[in-house]
Write a protein that binds this ligand. Structure first.
Ligand code: SAM
Ligand code: SF4
Length: 369
């Protein structure tokens, strides 16, 4: 039997985050996407070849992301083409992260029918003004109304996904919220209430220093422990821990969550926090990221990627499967990234936030989170 593929810190690959576009219909200030894609976007066939090679090396979960992945016109076709990999058992799940604003009832059904297993929708506020601020709608008098409309679309998207069969009580439908101190930390309790009422697990994410445009500073990070303390003071929580290779620490509401009263199932009985800044989890990180134009990154904070296009486009009859597998394996073997842990140590010793970051620094909407 072949030796397991491990990186230089002994970590196996497990999750592939595949970005389908760097474009987005929103402009969240903590992310700041591009308004156009880079040249050389991968085709559906190239993406399938890439996922096939990654699964051959031990990747078991695929997360489709962006930019906004629902802007990808052939998303359902891609998922359907990947389905045999999942049906064969190597790939355990195909998941999607979306801002939800474009998720109609028809699209939710089409995604489910194509073979999508899980959707995480992102929403950073529970009222129009907060949603507008976090979605980058500016400060005009029209912004709160636009925020109300976006909030209504995301709330409708939750119900479309539920109706299409994404079951929150089995973790198939969740809510992501980025929390930044002084920007939307007043939304913690309203967002928790919104998720509890709808039977959804809420995943609170610390504002991260991905990219170089979002003006990150440590003062804007509300530590996950503080988020849990504030929510726990209203609805007592008990810790469940962080699963191995997981990004989120999970908590259970002692009262069972609000959903039981609403007939929405038990998904809202849990809260999760992603403490990538205050409690980094580099030690067992198993994520590989590939951008829409085929650049592979072994860390969200890596300074450079590896262009997979030469091997994806290398063979006369399409992707060079053996070459692709060799390149990915070599990339993984030399992986030594543990940037979040290094940042924590450097900041603890008084380093300035910008000096802790490798340069250049790829943007979040390009990497896909
Ligand atoms: N557009 C989709 C969405 O918003 O869900 C998918 C792409 S987005 C880059 C993936 C996730 O990353 C979202 O949940 C988003 O909130 C999160 N995110 C983006 N920038 C972030 C940052 N600077 N810190 C923490 N999370 C961030
Ligand atoms: Fe778009 Fe998602 Fe970035 Fe917001 S976080 S700008 S929704 S890609």
């Amino acid at each position: 039997m072949a030796a397991p593929l491990l990186d230089r810190h002994g970590r196996p690959p497990g999750v592939l985050r595949l970005s389908l576009t760097a474009r987005c219909n929103l402009a969240c200030p903590y992310c700041l996407p591009d308004d156009r894609d880079p040249p050389g976007l991968l085709s559906t066939g190239e993406r399938v070849a890439l996922v096939t090679a990654a699964v051959g090396l031990g990747v078991h979960s695929l997360r489709l992301t962006g930019g906004e992945p629902l802007l990808h016109p052939r998303l359902e076709e891609l998922i359907a083409a990947l389905r045999p990999l999942r049906d064969a058992g190597g790939l355990r799940e195909i998941a999607l992260t979306s801002n939800g604003s474009l998720l109609s009832a028809e699209r939710a059904h089409a995604l489910r029918a194509a073979g999508l297993d899980r959707i995480t929708l992102s929403l950073d506020g529970a009222d129009g003004a907060s949603v507008a601020r976090m979605a980058g709608f500016g400060a005009s008098a029209a912004a709160p109304g636009q925020g109300d409309a976006l909030l209504a679309r995301v709330l409708a998207a939750i119900e479309h996904a539920r109706a299409a069969g994404f079951d929150p009580s089995s973790g198939q439908l969740k809510l992501n919220s980025v929390i930044a101190r002084g920007r939307n930390d007043d939304q913690l309790l309203p967002l928790a209430a919104l998720a509890r009422e709808r039977g959804l697990e809420l995943r609170l994410i610390e504002f991260m220093d991905v990219g170089s445009r979002n003006g990150w500073s440590p003062e804007q990070v509300l530590p996950a422990a503080e988020m849990v303390r504030r929510i726990g003071a209203r609805w007592p929580l008990e810790p469940l821990g962080r699963p191995s290779h997981g990004t989120a620490s999970r908590w259970r509401y002692r009262d069972g969550g609000g959903a039981a009263d609403q007939g929405n199932g038990p998904g809202g009985s849990h809260l999760a926090v992603v403490a990538s800044i205050s409690a980094p989890f580099c030690g067992d990180c198993n994520r590989l990221r590939v951008t829409a134009d085929g650049m592979a990154y072994t860390c969200l904070f890596a300074s450079s990627g590896t262009d997979l296009k030469p091997v994806l486009r290398g063979g006369p009859a399409g992707p060079d499967a053996a070459g692709l597998s060799n390149v990915l394996a070599a990339l993984w073997r030399q992986r030594a990234d543990r940037y979040s842990e290094e940042r924590s140590t450097a900041l603890a010793y008084g380093a300035s936030p910008t000096s802790t970051r490798p340069q250049p620094h790829a943007e979040m909407a390009y990497l896909g989170g």
